[in-house]
Design a protein around this ligand. Structure first.
Ligand code: NOJ
Length: 556
């Protein structure tokens, strides 16, 4: 064990040397005229508005580890990951990136990159390990206080997500998690604990990350816990793919709006923060020029993105959904519509990919190949089938996730779509990132010299800059992710990080993309804003930063 650990450290040391030699990252060209232009454009920080937040993102479950420490309870994901066959290579997140013990180092690398903001989530299991059936866990509060304080010491703005996929297993066992309306009260309790303990320093809040993806992956496809679904979507032991995703979304949206109401009534005026919802925002383009496919692309967006955003902006589900769903689509009472309407200060977009959309109302969408995702001919999918291929040709360069392709123009299209549909409400790009395909050579490249990740970010940022020039009110951009981490059912095989993590020593190794982001961010120009609290790094003793909460010098 010791020898392999020493060897692994040596290899990483060599890679580290190599990556620092390869400081210069050239533009790369991919096929396709339009994309070429995007790749060639040398995007600059100065193309973004004053005060625009550039950041990096992670989530608690994907990086923290330490699942049995300091009063944390078991989560739905712990139980799922420890059930054989659920995660690639039998991986789990018991250790993940051990961020629980390495958070100072992680804040240090963020500081060295020069980011303005860090998007992270709290673990429900650490803060309220038994939900409403128990008390707030002081050790959980302390951990996030240390993160927040140390971020502020470095001039990094905390951007806090209250719920990002993981929740106490006890809430699953007692009432079925998000399937039950009871979870709303539990979520509001969690949110309240966060506002109360962190709100004096946190100015950016996200209630829930990707309710649309959770509804789909956990209750339609049966791929995430509690793995519920029904044919043709999958073979789960229980579930109803046509109905349950709608119920789950309904509860998530109401929980979101109730937490926002609480924040606005009791905290916002004195704490001065802003609060929003984050949605997985794919872009769709018609598979053919046929008018029916055009309608399918637009309907698909309403069913995927509008499903969450319409209620929090307009107070109800999209008319497109009402038209095609029957009584299975839940209804909001008039009080609830009022609660929902305008229940977000900003729209958070996690954007990675654009797919083709095909109409399934007038033509058959039965799947014949394994790569086809079933259910396009059902109401829950809006009678739309989506795919990354047209006549066997991929819409963009493939990545590590078989459903994600590199389509930079989609960033501009997605932002334009949201701008138009929601009257240019403020937006943040809360996630955007690249994972290399799983091949051996690609993985080596990814670790040493990830020029594809650099090209991805440059081209997506160029597209974003165009959308902003055309009037979109986008206020920030977060790279997913700071470090390689536990990519849910893909375990550690799929890597999105600017930094690699040596899984033996837990060393963080900068990739070329980390160096590119640092250089990009240091194009300071006139946009630069002074950090809120400017305490020089050298004042901290050996990486141990004092916890400044309540003026006490608690050691982190
Ligand atoms: C969205 C999710 O929020 C995040 O948890 C995930 O790792 C990334 N996308 C990449 O798939």
């Amino acid at each position: 064990m010791k020898v392999s650990s020493a060897l692994s450290s040596l290899v990483f040391l060599l890679l580290l040397l190599l990556t620092s030699v390869l400081d210069f990252v050239p533009n790369i060209i991919v096929e396709g005229g339009e994309e070429n232009a995007e790749q060639a454009e040398d995007v600059k920080r100065s193309q973004f508005p004053d005060g625009f937040l550039f950041g990096v993102a992670t989530s608690s479950y994907q990086v923290e580890g330490a699942v049995h420490e300091d009063g944390r309870s078991l989560s739905n994901w712990d139980v799922f990951a420890h059930t054989k066959g659920n995660i690639e290579n039998g991986d789990n997140a018991d250790i993940a990136d051990d961020h629980y013990h390495h958070y100072l180092e992680d804040i240090e690398i963020m500081h060295s990159l020069g980011v303005d903001s860090y998007r992270f989530s709290v673990s429900w299991e650490r803060i309220l390990p038994r939900g409403k059936f128990g008390d707030v866990n002081p050790a959980g509060i302390l951990f996030y206080n240390k993160i927040i304080d140390n971020l502020l010491l470095r001039g990094i703005e905390p951007f806090l997500t209250i719920h990002h996929h993981d929740l106490p297993q006890e809430l699953m066992d007692r009432y079925g998690g998000w399937l039950s309306p009871l979870i709303q009260e539990d979520f509001v309790r969690l949110a309240e604990a966060c506002f109360k303990h962190f709100g004096d320093r946190v100015r950016y809040w996200i209630t829930i990350n990707e309710p649309n993806l959770v509804s789909e992956f956990a209750y339609e496809r049966g791929k995430y816990p509690p793995a519920r679904c029904s044919p043709p979507f999958g073979n789960c032991s229980a579930g109803n793919s046509d109905v349950e995703p709608l119920i789950v979304m309904h509860h998530m949206l109401l929980a979101h709006a109730k937490a926002v109401k609480l924040y606005r009534e009791q905290f916002q005026a004195k704490q001065g923060g802003t609060i929003g919802l984050v949605v997985s925002t794919h872009m769709y383009e018609p598979l053919t020029d046929d008018e029916l496919d055009r309608e399918a692309a637009s309907r698909g967006l309403a069913f995927y993105v509008g499903w969450s955003f319409d209620p929090v902006v307009f107070g109800d589900y999209p008319p497109e959904m009402r038209r095609y769903h029957g009584s299975e689509l839940p209804t909001f009472t008039s009080d609830e519509r009022q609660l929902m309407r305008d229940s977000t200060d900003f729209l958070g977009l996690n954007h990675y990919v654009t797919l083709y959309a095909k109409d399934c109302i007038h033509s058959s969408c039965t799947c014949f190949v394994p790569s086809c995702f079933p259910g396009g001919d059902r109401a829950i999918r809006g009678f739309v089938s989506t795919t990354g291929f047209r006549d066997g040709v991929a819409i963009g360069e493939p990545t590590g996730n078989p459903r994600f392709f590199v389509v930079p123009r989609g960033m501009e299209e997605a932002v334009d779509y949201i701008k138009e549909r929601y009257h240019n409400k403020p937006m943040f790009i809360t996630e955007n990132g690249y994972s290399s395909p799983k091949g051996q050579q690609e993985q080596v490249d990814d670790l040493q010299h990830d020029i594809k990740r650099v090209a991805y970010h440059k081209s997506y940022l160029s597209a974003l800059a165009r959308a902003i020039r055309n009037g979109a009110d986008v206020r920030g951009y977060f790279i997913w992710s700071l470090i390689d981490n536990f990519e849910w059912t893909d375990g550690y095989d799929i890597k999105f990080g600017l930094y690699a993590v040596d899984r033996v020593t837990m060393d963080r190794i900068p990739k070329s993309s980390a160096k590119w982001y640092r250089d990009f961010l240091h194009n300071i120009s006139f946009n630069h804003q002074e950090p809120r609290i400017a305490i020089p790094f050298s004042s901290a003793a050996d990486g141990f930063l004092p916890n400044i909460k309540n003026g006490t010098a608690e050691m982190a």
